[in-house]
Design a protein around this ligand. Structure first.
Ligand code: THU
Length: 138
């Protein structure tokens, strides 16, 4: 995956992050999911006063994409950190275990997971690196 595509996805994740609803954790996350047609589906974490009812940014993005009939996902960028919504974040926010399992449901192990602090400061993994020996029935 070329640098331009990666930095564009990160910019979209950081931009989406501005809409994060995180009044309880103050940890704002944005995600941008790329499909085989070049369409991008963004997502943010949306928390709830009943804490388990909240949803992570990655699952918001995948739910939006699946709802619109998208498939063939090739990459997802995730940017998350505390408090301020600037053009960078203060941590490398790797997807939680729950999100890794949900990504496995809809993406191949080759999915590129980009964990970003800024468009030029990121780490990449494959989904199978993040969730080896994933559970599956099919
Ligand atoms: N969060 C995400 O949105 N994605 C992750 O991969 C890790 C955690 C959210 C959930 C919660 O709203 C906040 O970050 C703190 O855990």
């Amino acid at each position: 995956m070329d640098e331009k595509t990666i930095s564009s996805l990160i910019e979209q994740a950081l931009s989406a992050r501005k809409n994060s609803y995180a009044p309880y954790s103050h940890f704002k996350v944005g995600a941008a999911l790329l499909d085989s047609k070049g369409n991008v589906y963004t997502g943010v974490n949306v928390e709830n006063v009943s804490y388990p009812a909240g949803i992570c940014a990655e699952r918001t993005a995948i739910s939006k994409a699946i709802s619109e009939g998208a498939s063939g996902f090739t990459a997802i960028a995730v940017a998350g950190g505390s408090d301020s919504c600037t053009d960078s974040v203060n941590s490398y926010c790797t997807p939680c275990g729950f999100c890794r399992q949900v990504l496995c449901e809809h993406c191949s192990g080759d999915l590129i997971v980009i964990i970003a602090r800024s468009p030029s400061d990121y780490r990449t993994y494959t989904l199978s690196e993040l969730l080896p020996c994933a559970f599956g029935i099919i």
